[in-house]
Design a protein around this ligand. Structure first.
Ligand code: PEP
Length: 246
């Protein structure tokens, strides 16, 4: 039985000074008994979020990391630096990073490798564009993203993969339960081809306009092990979302 994961990706939102009030309003309300809840704020808010969530079951993650340990990479933050401040997870290869910061399957691979070496849990994001889906290429894209990034690596059950169709991110247009299930099952099948039975233990999340209304039915799908949530994780709606009806 795979434990569900609900991860909130705050993207470039919330001032460090706003985190305390927001977290205090949700921390006592969310039920973390049967699931992993992860908050991914900006780098500058990470220390504050780590501090506020200390002693709770809520974990923290970064939204990106560099694949080198240190050096002349102006503006970057390494996995070691994240580990050093008590961060436990890192989102890698989000479609916004691929689109605006030229991340490729190759850099995603290097980052997942580095996260593993450092002891951070990678949440690797993949997903097709609307055009690719309409041309019937969605699964080819997913297969290539997974294979290019992960084939060179020695991965285990700690890996988390987030299937996030680009057309559903921040658009209010969620994939149907069936579309999300079909894609997450395909992700697991691809992982099985590469790595065998460990694929049954790897958590595969769905992301794309998940909210308090649509979460329950998505979570009933057999291959969906949780959600990566953007917009709805910034609001107190996140409480109802985490405490979804089973
Ligand atoms: C995301 O940023 O990963 C995401 C899924 O955003 P949203 O929930 O706002 O679509």
């Amino acid at each position: 039985m795979r434990k569900k994961v609900i991860a909130g990706n705050w993207k470039m939102n919330k001032l460090a000074s706003e985190c305390g009030e927001f977290l205090n309003s949700i921390l006592t309300e969310i039920n973390t008994d049967d699931k992993d809840v992860i908050i991914c704020p900006t780098y500058v808010s990470l220390p504050s979020v780590i501090n506020i969530t200390k002693g709770t079951n809520v974990k923290t993650g970064a939204q990106n990391a560099h694949y080198e340990t240190s050096g002349a990479y102006t503006g970057e933050v390494s996995c070691e630096m994240l580990k050093d401040i008590g961060c436990e997870y890192v989102i890698i290869g989000h479609s916004e990073r691929r689109k605006y910061f030229a991340e490729t399957d190759e850099t995603v691979s290097l980052k997942v490798k580095k996260a593993y070496e450092t002891g951070l849990v990678p949440i690797m994001c993949i997903g097709e564009s609307l055009e690719e889906r309409e041309e019937g290429k969605a699964f080819d894209v997913l297969s290539a993203q997974i294979t290019n990034a992960l084939r060179p690596l020695d991965i285990d059950e700690k890996l988390i993969v987030a299937y996030e169709p680009i057309w559903a991110i921040g658009t209010g247009k969620t994939a149907t339960d069936e579309q999300a299930q079909e894609a997450c099952a395909f992700v697991r099948k691809t992982l099985n081809t590469l790595f065998g039975d460990v694929s049954e233990k790897i958590r595969v999340l769905y992301g794309g306009s998940v909210n308090a209304k649509n979460i329950s039915s998505l979570m009933q799908m057999p291959d969906i092990d949780g959600a990566l949530v953007g917009g709805a994780s910034l609001k107190t709606e996140f409480i109802q979302l985490v405490n979804y009806d089973k």
